[in-house]
Design a protein around this ligand. Structure first.
Ligand code: HEC
Length: 239
């Protein structure tokens, strides 16, 4: 025992487990940074041998999404939905709200009530800081106000490329930009020497239009769920 390659395997298996831990997004970023550094130091032969471990997906507690893709309902506007927040948040359905949090893919990026992904902010305590309208606006127009910790960059290169996303690994002569939060493996390498300009992106990593495949009642259930902090006994759900 104590064989170097076995040690290496154990080390890299840890990253997969760590990626599944609930440590908040800065912890996840920290873990993916050390992993990227460690992988960069591997020889090609080791990389090939360890590939199945490097590619392994963490087991997560993300609830299963409704399998069938939902169809387009309509392009909802703030003007249509804001008045409904005043009158429509009674007799709501907690379970359907939770289901919509999965169906509209929110769980993929957000934790709520200790479940879900952590590339975006935890939304459980939202209602304490935000009004109903603010919460709706963050969902409808993600780029209007981007929370500081979750900003992204736009990189312009001297050879005319534009890369938008979050910087994952800044070590060395090149760095990796995560361009699609739904695909953590979608990384674009940028050579530091080729950077013409790097600015804070005005576009949120959260996609727009996520409510467009929901019916009006489903949106209101989702809003009630978000505002309830996960409390199914909340007045909004009283029949
Ligand atoms: C692809 C990942 C992704 C998906 C899917 C996603 N979000 Fe987000 N969300 C983010 C990121 C990243 C931020 C932080 C950046 C920002 O404020 O735009 C954010 C911010 C928010 C905020 C503001 C939170 C704060 O503390 O400022 C709310 C509210 C929110 N999302 C709700 C939702 C809801 C509801 C859904 C599902 C309909 C959803 N999000 C789907 C990534 C995502």
């Amino acid at each position: 025992m104590g064989d170097a390659s076995e040690l290496q395997e154990r080390y890299f298996k840890w990253f997969t487990r760590a990626a599944g831990y609930a440590g908040g997004s800065s912890f996840q970023l920290f873990v993916s940074n050390i992993k990227a550094d460690a992988v960069a130091k591997l020889s090609d032969a080791d990389k090939t041998r360890l590939q199945p471990i490097l590619d392994a997906k963490p087991e997560t507690d993300v609830p299963v999404f409704t399998a069938s893709p939902r169809s387009f309902v309509k392009e909802w506007t703030m003007d249509e939905l804001v008045p409904l927040l005043e009158t429509g948040l009674t007799k709501r359905d907690f379970d359907r709200g939770r289901q919509m949090f999965g169906a509209a893919t929110c769980f993929a990026c957000h934790r709520f009530d200790n479940q879900g992904g952590s590339v975006g902010p935890d939304l459980t305590i939202l209602s304490g800081r935000f009004s109903r309208r603010d919460v709706l606006e963050s969902v409808m127009e993600p780029s209007k106000q981007i929370s500081d910790q979750y900003g992204s960059v736009q990189v312009l290169t001297t050879d005319g490329k534009v890369v938008v996303g979050r910087i994952i690994n800044l070590a060395g002569d090149s760095f990796q930009v995560q361009t699609d939060m739904m695909k953590p493996g979608a990384l674009t390498g940028v050579d530091r020497k080729l950077i013409e300009e790097m600015v804070e992106s005005k576009v949120s990593m959260m996609p727009k239009g996520l409510l467009n495949s929901l019916q009006q009642d489903e949106i209101l259930d989702l809003m009630a769920y978000l505002l309830s902090r996960g409390d199914r006994g909340h007045a909004m759900f009283k029949r």
